[in-house]
Design a protein. Structure first.
Length: 325
């Protein structure tokens, strides 16, 4: 936070890349120059802020960083994408609603409550933004956690709630949501209605949404049937060396440049990394067993859906996977 902005331009603060090579040698130098004080074991006790070099130190001028740019990206992953891509994001799973259920996911102002929509297949007519949106003119995709709240809001606005939790399913009047075995359908809970929507009111196949932003700010959104590419982690011993292999986080789905990701892992763990190809499969090989940490990094830093990351080493023997911390 403070040291990096204060360094001269095009310089590094990594001691291991300097002529000292080791932190202990660098600490000895600082102690001999009377910049710091240490104990007999070499532990730093304090900084000599009265030293002339420290008192006269001024910050180097650095370029301001746009808060909306690379510095703000989670985990510093903004620079890991392939050339021309500033950001890429994958959302999964999404469920495609059957057209007759679209109206359940529009609010009182006529706006769709789901952010995942596109023009209905085969509908090439230009959309008039000033006119009310026809629910049947859109393909509406919903995430599971937004179904129940949206249904409750719709039923409340249309006086379909017979109590705080029960919905008059008969009055709702959507045939595919009725239980054909019941001649006189009884009210059901909002959660039960949500389950019916997901089971009978959506397409069988799940979808995933890929949002890509170019360096000039152009946004491209595509909806693809099925799950996104699976990222696998596995461990191996090669010539008595432990390695962790990451496969699947390339540009075909997630937009990442594998060489940049390999360098990111190298800095993260301070180990050797390299790329390897097996047929059409491209993999990152990381020195050591880091399957647990990589599983977290892929989800939290690289924003890959947790359900798409498979740690195959988790079921192996203790000596073939990363130890618990």
């Amino acid at each position: 936070q403070h040291l990096r902005p204060a360094r001269p331009a095009d310089s590094s603060v990594d001691v291991h890349k300097s002529s000292y090579k080791k932190v202990s040698k660098f600490v000895d130098f600082l102690q001999k120059q009377e910049y710091i004080s240490t104990d007999k074991s070499g532990h730093v006790l304090g900084i000599n802020r009265s030293h002339p070099d420290i008192r006269n130190f001024t910050l180097h001028e650095v370029e301001a960083v746009d808060s909306s740019g690379a510095a703000s990206a989670k985990g510093g992953s903004s620079s890991l994408f392939v050339e021309g891509v500033a950001e890429s994001h994958v959302e999964f799973p999404l469920h495609l609603l059957k057209t007759e259920l679209n109206k359940l996911f529009f609010d009182s102002s006529g706006e769709c409550v789901s952010p995942h929509t596109r023009a209905a297949s085969g509908d090439s007519a230009p959309r008039d933004d000033s006119a009310a949106v026809d629910p049947s003119s859109l393909d509406v995709f919903v995430a599971q956690d937004c179904v129940a709240p949206s249904l409750k809001d719709y039923c409340t606005r249309h006086d379909l709630m017979v109590s705080k939790k029960l919905v008059d399913i008969k009055k709702l009047g959507i045939a595919i949501l009725l239980n054909t075995a019941e001649e006189d359908p009884k009210p059901i809970t909002v959660d039960a209605l949500a389950r019916r929507v997901l089971e009978t009111g959506t397409a069988k196949a799940q979808y995933h949404k890929v949002t890509t932003v170019s360096l000039v700010g152009e946004t491209k959104i595509s909806y693809r049937q099925g799950a996104p590419q699976r990222v696998t982690l596995r461990t191996e011993k090669r010539k008595n060396h432990n390695v962790t292999i990451v496969q699947g986080c390339d540009a075909r789905c997630y937009g990442y440049d594998l060489q940049k990701v390999a360098d990111f892992f190298k800095k993260k763990f301070s180990v050797a990394t390299f790329l390897e190809q097996d047929g059409s499969a491209n993999m990152i090989v990381v020195g050591g067993f880091y399957d647990r940490d990589l599983e977290q990094i892929l989800h939290k830093d690289l924003d890959i859906p947790a359900c798409c990351v498979e740690n195959q080493a988790s079921s192996r023997k203790a000596d073939m996977k990363q130890r618990k911390k």
